[in-house]
Design a protein around this ligand. Structure first.
Ligand SMILES: Nc1ncnc2c1ncn2[C@@H]1O[C@H](COP(=O)(O)OP(=O)(O)OP(=O)(O)O)[C@@H](O)[C@H]1O
Ligand SMILES: [Mg+2]
Length: 321
């Protein structure tokens, strides 16, 4: 990786709180303009890592370069260029929404006219422009969206988002995801901390999985699923046993089919087909094994291999326990 193309380089970074090894030797290179997620369960060390990278917390050992400056010595340079949306909502409750956003803009030296206009647009994008009362009265989800707007007002070169959709309803979550996707087109490097595998899967260029303060795997979502995931499963129910047998025979020699097994689901004969690869292979499987008998198929269910499977296979635990 070319040194100029690196936004963040983390070098064996550690943070111990007495006997708790919150971050335990993390090394990573994050490229400029990429959306890099750090996915892990509660207590894995995500927030501690962000707090070190944003120079709020001093490491026990190791170092990191953020935008070319060491977190140990370059605090003043680093904070000028980064935006942070912390996990714990940090807003001024006796300020209105736009005042909160404009306040952050002022701290970064943005001219007042520009910040007023930008704040208005951001709050409109996040669906909270209509609220004119103190932010103290906002719902949790509205506060979260306000906090995001505050982290984005000055278009940082590097943006840290710590659980940006925690506590949001599905609609607001989509809104934030769409917004993050738009940011990806603007050359901003984004580091996203999350325990939400759907979020990590759908937004990230690359993902590192963190557990007990250590990175246990990294790669693109597809790479991770191919390397550590389970097989996909397609469940097909037939009315007649005979049709099941035909399909079973059809798929026997398809190389990416791992195995097939029969079960009885209520009245129906059901074939569970495990196969490797992505959606393309699902289409191939349907074309090669099922299309001629599709009229005889009563029901079909598809379970796709996910980052949840990756975590489960790597640790023996679920992400959300
Ligand atoms: N200031 C602190 N003092 C003592 N222990 C701490 C402190 N901050 C974090 N820890 C511990 O470090 C570990 C990692 O915590 P951290 O908040 O970084 O995890 P996280 O991955 O962000 O979790 P979550 O998904 O719940 O936000 C935990 O065991 C936590 O209790
Ligand atoms: Mg956290």
């Amino acid at each position: 990786m070319n040194q100029d193309s690196i936004a963040i380089e983390i070098k064996d970074l550690k943070k111990y709180f007495k006997e708790v090894k919150a971050v335990d030797g993390v090394s990573l290179k994050i490229k400029k303009g990429e959306l890099f997620s750090i996915l892990g369960p509660n207590g894995a060390g995500k927030t501690t890592l962000v707090r070190m990278l944003t120079t709020i917390l001093t490491p026990t050992d190791g170092d990191a370069n953020v935008n070319g400056h060491s977190i140990l010595t370059g605090k003043n340079e680093i904070v000028k260029k980064i935006g942070v949306c912390p996990q714990v909502i940090t807003i001024y409750e006796v300020l209105r929404a736009e005042e909160n956003v404009e306040f952050v803009a002022a701290m970064h030296g943005m001219p007042r006219d520009e910040s007023k206009e930008k704040a208005k647009k951001l709050l409109e994008d996040f669906g909270i422009a209509g609220r004119k009362d103190w932010s103290k009265r906002f719902s949790g989800g509205m506060k979260r969206r306000l906090n995001l707007a505050m982290s984005l007002i000055f278009e940082p070169e590097i943006l840290f988002l710590d659980e940006p959709t925690a506590g949001l309803d599905p609609q607001a979550r989509r809104l934030v995801w769409d917004f993050i996707r738009e940011l990806k087109n603007k050359d901003i490097t984004i580091i996203l901390m999350t325990h939400d595998m759907v979020e990590a899967d759908s937004l990230s260029d690359r993902v590192a999985i963190i557990d007990h303060g250590k990175i246990i795997a990294k790669g693109t979502p597809t790479e991770l699923k191919e390397k550590y995931g389970s097989d996909n499963a397609l469940e097909v129910s037939f009315i007649e046993q005979e049709d099941l047998e035909i399909v079973k025979k059809n798929i026997q020699n398809i190389p990416f089919v791992a195995n097939s097994s029969e079960i009885q689901r209520k009245e129906r004969k059901t074939l569970i087909i495990s196969f490797q690869g992505g959606l393309k292979n699902l289409v191939r499987l349907l074309q090669q094994g099922l299309i001629d008998n599709i009229d005889e198929v009563e029901n079909m269910k598809f379970r796709q291999n996910s980052l949840e499977d990756v975590f489960l296979n790597l640790t023996g635990r679920r992400l959300r326990d």
